[in-house]
Design a binder for this molecule. Structure first.
Ligand code: FMN
Length: 325
């Protein structure tokens, strides 16, 4: 059956898109980890954003970023840009080439490099252009099209009207990260405004922001009444968060990963990373390594050696010799 946001099992749980993080190796690890506890997992993964202009120009590296391994499905490819025609063309190229289950449009990224070109959350300042983009992408592809937005550009309640406009433009689902562009990552995500977006909508609304534990996920849904939630930083070095949510939803005992689980997952991730990017890609795996051991008591003494390791064998040897209680 073709993917549809309305037909997804509720509550929805998804890996939020993260540039330089939610690539194929990481999405595969996330999926494999959840399948161990929940073979019927409802997890949806969002692939990191890609530039519509780069796709239209035929940039090879960007096109490769949109490749999909079957185990990652269902998977949503996010695109960014400010030109409706380029966005439509890019979506159509990606869907034709790699058949992601859905397309998501980035209207939430707050970083200067993006908003200075009127990409990402800058689109929240121009609802007419944002609507044109949604309409153009919708007409170009035969898969669902969603939008990920912030609470607003400068004030928290902007998303309430903006979401209505985006829904009218034809979006099939909306995610709201409850912070403004001006906030960046400071303060806390505003759940009240997301609850108001949900109360006014007739399409699925997903909550996003500050979910770091499985308990946070259920708390956020209770407070917002949303159809599900996206988790970003809470999944870095912690693919188990999705298994824990599934365990809770199935009514089974929620388990914590053991040190052995952690080491095995890191090694499997490392392997996937090297298979995907090549032997010299250790440097780009370090960002994941630090997340996997963040806050683990007794790990600090091993960190310098692990972070300066230059090959797979060195990392394997350090991890196999960890002595942490
Ligand atoms: C390293 C990093 C990269 C990100 N890249 C993207 C992106 O490509 N597209 C997007 O919509 N949001 C991106 N985000 C934002 C997250 O998807 C999410 O909205 C935000 O981190 C809040 O959720 P959290 O509190 O669960 O982390 C990124 C966040 C981080 C930390």
């Amino acid at each position: 059956m073709p993917f549809s946001w309305n037909n997804q099992q509720k509550p929805i749980v998804a890996l939020s898109p993260m540039a330089d993080m939610t690539d194929t190796p990481f999405c595969k690890i996330i999926r494999k980890t959840v399948l161990q506890s929940a073979p019927q997992s409802r997890l949806i993964v969002f692939r990191e954003m890609v530039s519509s202009e780069a796709i239209v120009r035929g940039n090879k590296k960007t096109m490769i970023m949109t490749g999909i391994d079957p185990i990652e499905r269902p998977i949503v490819q996010q695109i960014f840009g400010a030109n409706p025609d380029a966005m439509a063309k890019a979506a159509s190229i990606i869907v034709d080439e790699h058949t992601p289950d859905a397309i998501d449009i980035n209207m939430g990224c707050p970083v200067y490099k993006m908003v200075s070109n009127f990409n990402g959350s800058a689109l929240m300042k121009d609802p007419e252009l944002a609507s044109k983009i949604v309409g153009a992408v919708k007409s170009a592809v035969n898969v669902p099209v969603s939008v990920k937005m912030r609470a607003g550009w400068s004030s928290h309640n902007e998303c309430i009207e903006f979401a209505k406009i985006i829904e009218s433009a034809g979006a099939d689902m909306i995610t709201v990260h409850g912070r403004t562009q001006k906030q960046g990552y400071s303060g806390t995500a505003n759940r009240e405004v997301v609850a108001q977006v949900k109360a006014n909508a007739s399409i699925p609304i997903l909550y996003n922001g500050d979910i770091f534990t499985w308990q946070d996920y259920f708390q956020a849904l209770e407070e917002t009444n949303c159809d599900g939630a996206l988790i970003a930083r809470g999944a870095l070095g912690n693919p188990w968060i999705f298994a824990q949510i599934e365990q809770r939803l199935m009514g089974s005992k929620v388990t914590e990963p053991t040190l052995e689980n952690r080491i095995n997952t890191v090694l499997e991730h490392l392997n996937e990373h090297i298979v995907h990017y090549g032997d010299s890609s250790i440097a780009t795996f370090r960002k994941h390594l630090s997340w996997y051991f963040k806050g683990i008591t007794g790990f600090k003494q091993y960190k310098p050696a692990l972070m300066s390791a230059t090959n797979k064998e060195e990392i394997i040897s350090i991890l196999h010799n960890l002595s942490i209680d």
